[in-house]
Design a protein around this ligand. Sequence first.
Ligand code: GLA
Length: 690
Amino acid sequence: MAIVLMDNRLFVLHTQNTTYAMGVDERGVLRHLYYGAKIDRAADFMHALTHPIELWENGSDQVMEEFSSFGCLRNKETSLKIAYADRTRDFRYRLTNCETAGDELILTLRDEEYAFVVRLHYRVDEHHDIIRRWVELQNDGDAPVRVDRIFSAEIALAGEGYQVLNVSGVWAMEQQLHADPITAGKKVYESMAGCTGFSNQPWFAAYRQADERAGDVTFGCLAYTGNFKVIAECVPYHYLNVTLGISDTDFAMPLAPGAAFVTPEVYLGFTREGLDGMSRMMHAFEHDELMPVARRDVPQPVLYNSWYATEFDVFGEEQERLADKAAEIGVEMFVIDDGWFGQRHSDRAGLGDWYVNPEKFPQGLGHLIDHVHSLGMQFGLWIEPEMVNPDSDLYRAHPDWVYRYGKRPIIMGRNQYALNLTKPEVVDYLIATFDALLSSYAIDYIKWDMNRFMAEALDDAGNDGMVWYNHSRGFMRLARALRQRHPNMSFEACAGGGARVNAETLSLFDQFWPSDNTNPLDRCRIQEGYTMMYPAKYMRAWITDDSRLSTSFRARCAMCGALGIGSNLNRLSEKELAELKEEIALYKRIRDTVQFGRLYRLRRLETNSAQIWQYVRGGQCVVITLVDHAAERLAPVCLQGLEPQALYQVGEGERAYVVSGAYLMNCGLITAGNRDRSGTVLILNRVEGA
Ligand code: GLA
């Protein structure tokens, strides 16, 4: 049974391979007892619950809690901070109800003196080994309550010596992995960008001894596309406490009498198979449970984006010629980026005016789309809905639609202002505008960009403590409406690169643009961090021009995800075009395995002279090796995730050979030649008998 309740005080959740236990002790505290490898016998945890703990006066920090609140002599970071109308500022609760509904457990904590209720929700996904957690607040009183912090989950890990993994990044160098030991004090990962931003990610992985391949890892991933906060704290009473949810920096939520609030979800997991095990669990869960169903099993087409070829000088006829060249080399989707609309001749004007520029497209956009379709390709278009240039018709008509502070000049970012999405009429206008655009043309794909962060954060309803939250909800309402009205269209989320990569956006979009940086060696590091939580299918990766690096090296780095081409096809020689054509053909042979397979990051570029990634799906295994310095000769690498008894044909043609899965996993194979900056794709196919 997935959920076991004992004596209305012990609660044990089982997935296939993990157990999560909590219970109410004699003082009424809901204690966290265990999260880790499976322990079938739920009754064992009664011992942990009744085992007397000698408490000091400052007792609350001494025990691991399931949901802690500011106050009551606590010194650690907590999940909740509220203020009642009479200025009482703590939450003292009794567990008043526990109920299950299918795979969900709901624990109700009610304040002992005030009519305020917290419901802790746990949904057990046995198959994926994931526990979904979220919190619901309800003000049952007749006076408003101010909520200064409400996180989605709190996870305590017993013992000391943990490291916590997250990323650190900037524009064009996103997703740089950092594992930091938390031996004293605390570490905070946060965004104040109004979206996920570049700096950190809304997830954590905590472990004592783990690498890609093995070791116990506990992790949590927040599904929220606004300002988030993750705090990992070494509580001196021998445990690591991790809290995560909506950032409470510049947050204050008035909860009116009768009102309720539901937090975003956190997906929690535990694995013994190291960081790769964590990634594989999340990739499978995201595919099966989060991704938009209409496109979830559709492979990403090879796309060509003409941005680097023409930038803002977009003209219908030239785009048609580019489309001809793209079709010739095997591209499946042709995309026009920025510069097709309004008076958009540079990034200084036109943003907000979403009509096709008639001088740039004298025959209309439909003419180009028909041409692209006649070549057998899909058609895609770039938009940036949430922004406006001051030099635009939209801004001239609605100067009050942007965020601004009183008399101050508005802070400019990339010559544009952020539209105030806390105004319902702005979101309604954007839904109508983009719905009309998407309905007027036979568009197959949208690249949805967002190129500046919010600076002046003022909520339309005067609720400034909610402005960041309300802004992110405005974005979600807009995205959801367009998705619902155009269910078969493919949407890509981009934010000046990877500032909008998160598990909530993943539930409405079909792919992400991880970074504006397409240099292969930088990309290896970005992709390493990116795939910790998000799948290769969602990782758009372009081949772009760089005469210092071979086509195959650039291409094979991009093949680690969903391949795209950003090269200026007008400038490429016939030889280079032929090379691209060959690389695209190769990618089409491995694409299903790369996009839907299980990923094993056998070697990291950061710690080796090469990156080696392996993907396995059914009987096919693909190994992509990117060598930086061949001087350090590559040792054989042991593959993973194959069937030991099965036979695999390694490579193709005359030099192909057949060996067993056991050989490949234990003796290993050399995956690459001896050249600096070279990329190799090795295809292994399971074969019968021999
Ligand atoms: C951002 C994106 C780029 C491109 C430009 C267009 O920088 O990240 O890929 O779309 O905008 O202005």
